[in-house]
Design a protein around this ligand. Structure first.
Ligand SMILES: [Zn+2]
Length: 269
């Protein structure tokens, strides 16, 4: 396509738009020429967390004292009454694989000009069970990871950890049952030494964090000492108790020191 002269390329694009119009994967409206996968109107309704990987953000606090993470971030707030819910539904249940890579690029670009991806060796999408992946035809977290990898150049590794038990969907169990529901469902499937790896776990929604914690625990028990987490959405209220916070929290470094037991600092970039 790159060798086709610009004028002819424009004619071909116009013809395609006329006979095979591209539609927004969320609202179904026809896309304008400079829009891709999702229309600008839908994108404008997404509610950004604006955390941009900032230390002590709401995503990070969910993992404090649970698993030793280096950094965590969620790009968008999940709200059932918005297009974000439509996007997630399309991504998970309507075979919108292209949407996954598109939103993955959004997740990565949200962290432009930050050190979030600094020192990360590989992206590990939360795996589906073999049965679930067969039914869906793809892993939505892997599609998000593809978009992140397109932007950052960090490789995706789907051969490190697998989900060998098919648990009940987390959306069908009560919040306090979620940890039990995902306990022991992952196992490491490589003999590779992970002790020098900083892995980025990627998932679609962060709610209680139980699934990511279960996967992260499996990886740390296998020797991986540095984990970070990136999700498309964060759902639910702000953390309460010792992890409660205001958006500008003066004590954040003290609290991080107290609650993050990361055995080694991230590599410097
Ligand atoms: Zn739209």
């Amino acid at each position: 396509m790159s060798k086709v002269p610009l004028a002819i390329r424009k004619i071909l694009i116009d013809a395609r738009e006329t006979f095979l119009p591209r539609l927004c994967t969320i609202c179904g409206k026809r896309l304008m020429r400079d829009e891709n996968v999702v229309c600008l109107e839908c994108i404008s309704t997404f509610e950004h967390t604006c955390w941009r990987g900032r230390p002590g953000n709401g995503a990070e606090r969910i993992f404090w004292e649970k698993i030793p993470i280096v950094r965590a971030n969620a790009t968008l707030h999940y709200n059932r009454a918005t297009n974000a819910a439509e996007a997630l539904f399309a991504l998970k249940y309507h075979s919108q694989e292209r949407l996954g890579a598109h939103l993955g690029r959004l997740m990565a670009h949200d962290l432009d000009d930050t050190n979030f991806f600094c020192g990360i060796d590989a992206i590990v999408p939360i795996p589906l069970s073999k049965q679930r992946q067969r039914q869906r035809g793809y892993n939505q977290s892997e599609r998000l990871a593809q978009g992140i990898s397109n932007v950052t150049g960090i490789p995706i590794r789907c051969d490190i950890v697998e989900r060998f038990k098919d648990n009940e969907s987390q959306t069908r169990v009560l919040p306090h049952q979620r940890e039990d529901n995902v306990r022991g469902i992952f196992r490491v499937c490589t003999k590779e030494d992970l002790s020098s790896k900083h892995l980025l776990i990627v998932d679609d929604v962060l709610t209680t964090g139980s699934t990511i914690m279960s996967c992260g625990k499996t990886l740390t028990e296998a020797g991986c000492k540095a984990l970070s987490v990136l999700t498309l959405f964060v759902a639910g209220r702000k953390p309460e108790g010792p992890y409660a916070y205001e958006d500008e929290d003066d004590n954040v470094e003290t609290l991080r020191h107290k609650y993050i037991h990361s055995p080694r600092p991230p590599k410097q970039c």
